[in-house]
Design a protein around this ligand. Structure first.
Ligand SMILES: [Zn+2]
Length: 347
């Protein structure tokens, strides 16, 4: 019997979401996922095809086919088929978005996620023991202890993380694998203010801002994840998008809780699809206004990309040479920034 793979995607998707789904399917091959959920193929139809009992309905004779090359399944018993996402949707009886969220969580393995939690907690504790770090936060306009706590901001003095994590029982392999410890055995973050980046509650990366002469920005070599604190921000219909976590922190401090950050001016497909999740969303892009116009060019390109997925995009003009962080440090108030938002041009 020829195999057919009827598969229709839910409508209304944009290309960023499609890219994100492709990435998920590549990272988690269907067969691997099935085997992780105890599916055992009992015979092979061909080298590319495996057959086993259907996990989606009760049966005694195997009619569930998996095409390994195409990464697709089809059951001749219940007539259902598709790709990994379709399978997870049917298996757990979940709506489409929740299915994607569930799979994304699987991409951050639990031990690494726990390790990052422990690390962030350690750095948070260190912050209060290092006045130079608190002073640095003050220079960047961050004064509110409750906000510093809420964002989980910490400090990496360097040189003491490895011992701490080893004492908690983490293997050197995992520390190296996570990028927290370099191949030379040193702490990856040294003299850096640390912001944990969370996605759906889990820490997926750490961002470290140098307070000394070292290169300013550092992220662990992992996927940078979604938009910062998207769970909080996604309840607003208007979103302010900034480049850096210090921009975000001062805006939150000034009451603009609808601010999120992509860490940089480029959005990954996952970040773009988060913004596109809700229809009729407006995004205010408040990137650096640098002298050489690169920031403004980046803003315009992003605005066009957003409009391509149905988002109303506005470009916020700050005074020349300012970013939201430096603008507030220079004495701007919430009212000043509101004026900038009101003046923002829609593309
Ligand atoms: Zn079936």
């Amino acid at each position: 019997m020829p195999l057919i793979f009827p598969y229709a995607r839910p409508g209304g998707e944009n290309s960023a979401m499609a890219e994100n789904l492709e990435r998920l399917k590549q990272c988690i091959p269907l067969l691997e996922y099935l085997q992780r959920h105890n599916w055992k193929p009992c015979r092979a139809g061909s080298r590319q095809e495996l057959v086993g009992l259907c996990p989606l309905h009760q049966e005694t004779r195997p009619s569930f086919y998996v095409n390994v090359g195409k990464n697709l399944f089809y059951c001749h018993g219940c007539g259902r088929g598709g790709d990994l996402i379709r399978f997870v949707q049917l298996f757990f009886d979940l709506p489409f978005r929740q299915t994607v969220a569930l799979l994304e969580q699987e991409l951050t393995p639990a031990p690494v996620s726990q390790l990052l939690e422990q690390t962030a907690a350690f750095y948070q504790f260190q912050l209060h023991r290092h006045p130079e770090a608190i002073r640095y936060l003050g220079q960047r306009g961050l004064h509110d202890p409750a906000l510093i706590e809420e964002m989980g901001i910490g400090y990496a003095p360097g040189g003491n993380l490895r011992r701490h994590l080893a004492a908690l029982g983490y293997s050197l392999d995992l520390l190296l694998d996570s990028g927290l410890i370099s191949s030379q055995g040193r702490d990856a973050f040294c003299h850096r203010v640390i912001f944990p980046c969370r996605q759906r509650g889990q820490i997926v990366n750490l961002y470290g801002r140098s307070i000394g002469a070292a290169f300013p920005h550092r992220l662990l070599p992992r996927s940078k994840g979604g938009l910062f604190a998207w769970k909080i921000v996604s309840s607003f219909s208007t979103v302010i998008l900034v480049e850096g976590l210090f921009d975000l922190a001062v805006l939150w401090q000034a009451g603009f809780r609808n601010t999120t950050c992509a860490i940089g001016t480029q959005l990954t497909p996952a970040q773009l699809s988060q913004l596109a999740e809700r229809p009729r969303c407006s995004v205010y892009i408040a990137f650096d206004q640098d002298g050489n116009q690169a920031g403004q060019k980046g803003s315009r390109q992003l605005a066009h990309r957003l409009q391509g997925v149905g988002i109303r995009a506005h470009i916020v003009q700050l005074p020349h040479g300012q970013d939201p962080n430096s603008y507030f440090v220079a004495g701007a108030t919430a009212a000043d920034f509101t004026e900038c938002l009101e003046r923002a041009q829609q593309l």
